[in-house]
Design a binder for this molecule. Structure first.
Ligand code: GH3
Ligand code: MG
Ligand code: MG
Ligand code: MG
Length: 309
C-alpha cells in the first residue's frame, strides 16, 4: 500500500523507506511537514503515514491535527515518530489524533508490526465502508431491475420539485405502465415476465437524458422525471419512448416478446407536491388505458400547492 513518510532527518527517512519498500509497500517521502499536509489534500492521498514529530515549518502533530479536520469517510492511519519518549508527550501525540506512535531510535521489527496493524485497520475500514455502500445501494435500488426503487425515485421527485420551484423551471412526470402485463405472466410464466421488466428497464435507462430520472414504482409501473424549460412540450419525449418500447423486441427466456406501455403525464411548476403530481399522472394514465392503451395522455398543466398572488 502507499505509505507517506515525513521525516526531516535524511538517515532516518532512508532507513524507514528501505524497510517499508522491502516488505512491498509503495513509499512517498518528504522531509517537510507542509508538503506532507499537501499530500493529504490530494485526490489519492495516502491511507497510512509515518510523521516525524519534530520538523521545521510544520511539525507532525500539527499535520495530524489538520488531517483530522478534513471531512472524509476514509481517514488515514497516522503513526507519529518521536524522540520524545516521555509519557506526557506520547499522550499529547495521541490526543492530537494520531493512531499510534513509534519511539526513535526505532526497532525495525516494531516498525513492521505497527505498520501491519495500520494496514489491517485500513482493510477493516474499507470492508465496513463497502458493506455500508452495499446496504445503501440495496435500500435505494430494485433488486430485479437494478433501477431506483420507489422510495428513491420519490425522493428524487421531491428534490426535483424543490429545485424546479427554485429555478422557476417546469418538470414533467410520467407514470409508465405495461399494458396487459398479466397476460405476459399468464402466457409465458412469471420469470419471463421478470425478463420483460428487466428488458424494459434497459430501454428506459437508455432513453434517459442527463437530467432525467427513472425508477420502478412497483409491479410493472415505472416513474419518469424529466426537467423541462417552460416553453417545451415534453409529450414528444414520452411519445418517442412509448413508440420505442412498442417497436422493441425484448429478449426473454421464452424468446422475443413485444409489449406496449401507457404513459400518464403531469406537469409541475412552483412547488407542486409529490402527492398532487402523482395523482394527476395517475389520472392521466387511467385515461390512456381507457382510451385504448399504448398511448400517452396528459392531464392538467400546473399543480401548485401554494397560491401565489
Ligand atoms: P393494464 O393494461 O390495465 O395495466 O393491465 P395489466 O395486466 O398490466 O395490469 P394488472 O394490474 O391487472 O396486472 C399487473 C400484473 O403485474 C399483475 C402482477 O402479477 C404482475 N406483476 C407485478 N409485479 C411483478 C413482477 O415483479 N414480476 C412479474 N413477472 N409480474 C409482476
Ligand atoms: Mg525531525
Ligand atoms: Mg399497473
Ligand atoms: Mg399494467
Amino acid at each position: 500500500m502507499k505509505i507517506l513518510i515525513a521525516e526531516d532527518d535524511v538517515t532516518s527517512i532512508t532507513l524507514l523507506a528501505n524497510v517499508l519498500k522491502n516488505i512491498g509497500h509503495e513509499v512517498v517521502e518528504t522531509t517537510r511537514g507542509t508538503e506532507a499536509w499537501e499530500k493529504f489534500q490530494e485526490p489519492d492521498a495516502p491511507r497510512l503515514a509515518i510523521l516525524d514529530w519534530m520538523m521545521p515549518e510544520m511539525d507532525g502533530v500539527e499535520v495530524v491535527r489538520r488531517v483530522r479536520s478534513l471531512q472524509t469517510d476514509r481517514p488515514p492511519y497516522l503513526i507519529l515518530l518521536t524522540a520524545r519518549g516521555k509519557k506526557t508527550d506520547i499522550i499529547a501525540g495521541l490526543e492530537s489524533g494520531a493512531d499510534d506512535y513509534l519511539a526513535k531510535p526505532f526497532d525495525i521489527g516494531e516498525l513492521r508490526a505497527r505498520v501491519e496493524v495500520g494496514r489491517r485497520m485500513i482493510e477493516m475500514q474499507d470492508t465496513l465502508i463497502r458493506s455500508r455502500e452495499a446496504l445503501a445501494h440495496q435500500a435505494t435500488h430494485d433488486p430485479l431491475t437494478g433501477m431506483l426503487n420507489r422510495r428513491a425515485i420519490l425522493d428524487h421527485l421531491q428534490k426535483e420539485l424543490v429545485r424546479a420551484g427554485r429555478h422557476a423551471n417546469a418538470l414533467a412526470v410520467g407514470i409508465c405502465d405495461v399494458d396487459h402485463f398479466k397476460q405476459i405472466n399468464d402466457t409465458y410464466g412469471h420469470q419471463t415476465g421478470d425478463d420483460v421488466l428487466c428488458g424494459l428497464s434497459k430501454i428506459l435507462a437508455e432513453s434517459l437524458r442527463e437530467y432525467d430520472f427513472v425508477g420502478r414504482m412497483g409491479g410493472e409501473e415505472f416513474l419518469l422525471i424529466t426537467p423541462l424549460r417552460m416553453e417545451n412540450d415534453c409529450l414528444f419525449l414520452f411519445e418517442r419512448l412509448r413508440r420505442k418500447i412498442a417497436d422493441s423486441r425484448i429478449a426473454t427466456r421464452s424468446g422475443e416478446v413485444t409489449v406496449t406501455v401507457s404513459i400518464g403525464v403531469a406537469y409541475a411548476v412552483d412547488g407542486s407536491s409529490v402527492d398532487v403530481i402523482l395523482e394527476a399522472a395517475d389520472r392521466a394514465l387511467y385515461q390512456a388505458k381507457n382510451d385504448g392503451r399504448n398511448r400517452v395522455a396528459k392531464q392538467g398543466h400546473c399543480f401548485s400547492v401554494e397560491n401565489r398572488t
